[in-house]
Write a protein that binds this ligand. Structure first.
Ligand code: 5GP
Length: 229
């Protein structure tokens, strides 16, 4: 029997894809990024469409499953239409989410739930947790870090000044998180500012752990980093 080159290639591709599917399925994810955002840095951007008042504390953006190889599984089965009205998250947890995980942007009837639903459908569905466990763990871990107090106790505060990255690194060294920056224009200059801090949470969601490398500032340029008021 003569086997064409195309058929061999097809079999090879299908075999490779099914191998990838089984390995990523077996692995799923290894840890979470608990992504905390600085509301001022979200809202001082052009066309940010933020609500009139945003908290003066770090708020939760999301808790994202991650693999050690740098992957980020997304959009798994288990989508919901609306987290708050799903009946699958208890009232105490929803209250904590309203405080710690607000939608900073303007939205429809229930902007907070709109944001949580986006985050659950995109990231939470890949956690293999129930909605209740996923959201409860996110708010509990975020409360346990108290990132603003951690920075403040090292005299790093949101005062529109720029701070040495070594000082930020020292303040956060228990966790060695990933610090994400974005740009802000002020007085005719462009500054890199603290935008997000991504902490590592162990796979079961029960503990914030060190990310295991030195704090990374890859998106922060090479100079000092502003902490916007
Ligand atoms: P992801 O979709 O992967 O969770 O995160 C990226 C998106 O989240 C970006 O498009 C960013 O604009 C958006 N984002 C960040 N903070 C908020 C927020 O408070 N509300 C809403 N609706 N989107 C946000």
């Amino acid at each position: 029997m003569k086997v064409s080159g195309a058929a061999v290639a097809t079999v090879a591709v299908v075999t490779w894809l099914s191998f990838l599917a089984t390995t990523s399925d077996a692995q799923g994810y290894d840890f979470f990024y608990l992504v905390m955002q600085w509301p001022r840095a979200v809202c001082n951007q052009p066309r940010s469409n933020c609500r009139a008042a945003v908290p003066r504390t770090f708020t939760i953006h999301g808790m994202w499953p991650q693999t050690n190889r740098g992957g980020s599984p997304q959009n798994c089965p288990g989508r919901v239409r609306d987290v708050r009205s799903s009946g699958r998250v208890d009232r105490g947890t929803l209250g904590a989410m309203d405080r710690q995980w607000p939608n900073l942007k303007r939205g429809g009837r229930d902007p907070n739930s709109q944001f949580w639903t986006h985050e659950w459908n995109k990231h939470g569905t890949c956690s293999r947790m129930s909605l209740q466990n996923y959201f409860r763990r996110a708010v509990d871990r975020a409360a346990s870090v108290d990132v603003l107090r951690l920075l403040r106790s090292n005299r790093i505060q949101p005062d529109n000044r720029s701070y040495r990255r070594a000082a930020i690194e020292a303040a956060l060294n228990r966790y060695d998180p990933v610090v994400k920056c974005n740009d802000v224009r002020s007085g005719g200059r462009t500054y890199k500012q603290i935008h997000e801090i991504r902490f590592c949470v162990q796979r079961d969601g029960n503990r914030v752990v060190s990310c295991g490398r030195r704090t990374q500032f890859r998106s922060c340029g090479s100079g000092d980093i502003r902490f916007s008021r």
